[in-house]
Ligand binder design. Structure first.
Ligand SMILES: Nc1ncnc2c1ncn2[C@@H]1O[C@H](COP(=O)(O)OP(=O)(O)O)[C@@H](O)[C@H]1O
Ligand SMILES: [Mg+2]
Length: 299
């Protein structure tokens, strides 16, 4: 019995792989058929989504620091927290106040570090359990997206929950996403799900800017030696191009707790420079794409 079962295992795995592939094809077909019209957000030039397969890999940290770096480069920036169940932007950006409403009943995103922020965490009491299911999650995202006075903005950065669920679908179906930044640690389980996420975005024809690799290494404070945590990180080779590789660093963790992004509190450090490089690179890519597609009508 046991050996029969073992013999069947490769077959079962092959079937599961095929089934998974078919399922995504099927899902993509369903999504393509009945897609709501993608609308441009009034007054928002570009939308950048930060995503990954796993939780705890640094998405929100990257989203917050990337948004602040864009703002430091002089861009008008917004940061939408798409993690409806586990919002972390209020803590990371130290914005907790409930948004005011304008005369058209649109929420006015509170601002800190020159970034307009909006999160479900500002609208629900911190200890209240959120027990919404799919459609409500999707409408919550739409409310944050379209029920707010975001513009005028150069870039709206959207932090998302782990995986590729309702939030990601809702975003891709309803808005024009300029591109996605994937975040992952090099450990195999995180890489695998991040890759799956990348495939979903490819299927939905949402461009991927590349990967922010996080916590692959650390630099010793005393001897400045580089300490590698993942000796064999070959699995991450299958992921999209690496944009930057961020070290594990105690300042980054500390800033997450204090509500001051590391690029604000420690601007003259190697890791803050990496965030500035990331912001500069993405702005350049967007500029080049616009010029190439003839969308740039500025004199
Ligand atoms: N490079 C890093 N160095 C140190 N701590 C980090 C780093 N990146 C993220 N963290 C910490 O890891 C935890 C999870 O990060 P977070 O951005 O919330 O992940 P996610 O949004 O993917 O769940 C936070 O406490 C954050 O401060
Ligand atoms: Mg997060």
């Amino acid at each position: 019995m046991n050996s029969n079962f073992l013999a069947l295992r490769p077959l079962m795995r092959a079937y599961q792989r095929r089934f998974a592939a078919n399922l995504t094809d099927h899902q993509a077909a369903m999504m393509a058929r009945g897609l709501p019209k993608r609308e441009k957000l009034i007054g928002v030039e570009d939308i950048i989504v930060v995503a990954s397969g796993k939780g705890g890999v640094g998405k929100s940290t990257v989203a917050a620091n990337f948004a602040c770096s864009l703002a430091k480069l002089g861009k008008r920036v917004g940061l939408l927290d798409g993690d409806i169940f586990g919002p972390s932007i209020p803590l990371l950006m130290n914005v907790h106040s409930e948004p005011l409403l304008n005369s058209r009943n649109l929420m006015i995103p509170p601002q800190n570090y020159n970034v307009k922020c909006l999160s479900m965490g500002m609208l629900t009491p911190p200890d209240e359990a959120i027990i919404w299911r799919g459609p409500l999650v999707m409408s919550a995202v739409q409310r944050l997206l379209k029920g707010a006075e975001w513009g005028p903005l150069d870039v709206l950065v959207i932090d998302t929950p782990p995986g590729t669920g309702d939030v990601h679908l809702s975003l891709t179906q309803h808005t024009h996403i300029t591109g996605v930044i994937l975040v992952s640690t090099p450990h195999a389980a995180a890489v695998e799900v991040t890759l799956r996420g990348a495939k979903m975005f490819e299927k939905l024809k949402v461009p991927i800017f590349g990967l922010v690799e996080n916590m692959r290494f650390s630099i010793c404070d005393n001897c400045k030696q580089r300490i590698e945590f993942f000796k064999d990180a070959s699995s991450s080779k299958s992921l999209p191009d690496r944009l930057i590789s961020l070290p594990l660093n105690s300042h980054i963790a500390e800033c997450g707790e204090e509500g001051v992004p590391v690029v604000i509190k420690y601007p003259d450090t190697d890791y803050s420079t990496l965030f500035t490089q990331l912001a500069g690179h993405i702005l350049q890519v967007m500029e080049e794409r616009k010029t190439a597609s003839g969308q740039d009508f500025r004199p």
